[in-house]
Write a protein that binds this ligand. Sequence first.
Ligand code: UDP
Length: 419
Amino acid sequence: MYDYLIVGAGLYGAIFAHEAEKKGKSCLIIEKRNHIGGNIYSALEEGINVHKYGAHIFHTNDRKVWSYISEFAEFNRYTNSPVANYHGEIYNLPFNMNTFSKMWGVKTPEEAKAKIEEQKMTALAELAGVSADDASGKNGPEAYAEAKKKIDAFEPKNLEEQAISLIGTDIYEKLINGYTGKQWGRPCTELPSFIIKRLPVRFIYDNNYFNALFQGIPVGGYTAMVEKIIGDIPVKLGVDYLEEMKKAKADGVEHPETLGLAKKVVYTGPIDAFFDYQLGALQYRSVRFESETLNIDNYQGNAVVNYTDAETPFTRIIEHKHFEFAQRYNEDGTPMDAAADQADPKTIIYREYSAEWKPGDEPYYPVNDDANTALYEKYKDLAAGVPNVIFGGRLGEYKYYDMDAVIAAVLKKAEEELN
Ligand code: UDP
């Protein structure tokens, strides 16, 4: 009999198990896939650490989280600075003075702000109940100032309004609208504004995508990091928990959710699947990768290039080696020397396609719109009825968590649970 049965060997499950063992509790981790790590799983291919379920760039402002995770990996100095390709026009991300100067030829923050204000005033006037002439300044500076006050106070109701209010219409049309529509499979008018608030807007020449004090990629890959977190805790791969729970129910096992193996369960799979979708299915976005290995040294000159137009069917291309400054590794993990690298150059790219999740696909992103959020709340009520199961992580809590937020959440939960 274990103290905890941990369902899912991703970051949440691994850290919970680690913390529980530290407190003298026994744990068994079971995992449906044939590897640990969940969606941060990486594998060495052609000497390159490939992020098999999409790019993961660790970043945080939380010193506690940073010092915790640094026990399990050394992080390199990778700084995410993606590039956007809009029909062949190249722009820097996130939205900063490099983007603005390329878009409009402006040189100073003042000029960039004026451009954004002009576009915002025109686009939002009607929504904010302001006349076009007041908003354009035609009716004089006083009317303009009144109009500006109203437009600044206007509460954006969706992602489109939020984006225009932050950054104006040109950037919205070229760098946001198409990309977001592809990623979420919904128009920006039907998406919550918080999604875009993840992205910084800066009036300095700074292409660092994250406002984070700490950032990097674990040297040796994410899988090695999760291995270290799990340590000697037993892991059973290829076990489908939900199937096992059904069997346990059929066999009349008391508390079938524990499979008769443990006192408590930490479940990190989709919360709606746990309850057999009895209230209906939550929506997720899934991602499909088209992988290509090329016999060249450098394909796109950057780890991440976003294709922000609506016509290109994929959302972005990831060139994995650039997460580690093009360093390749030997099978034993030692760095490949330059001569061997150049004698047989390789790079691996992933074209990333976004798709609506359907049963059998991997869920990646919860769709936190009103309908799904309301349905999740109902599942949460059901979860309260099984107090011996802790629901955690991106899927268990139906939350668009970044890795650092997962770590903060599991450490908090572990503290409440284990103290
Ligand atoms: N986004 C965009 N254009 C871009 C990159 C991002 O409009 O070139 C928007 C899009 O709505 C996306 C959100 O910003 O869903 C968050 O992007 P992020 O890169 O944080 O998403 P993730 O890396 O988690 O997929």
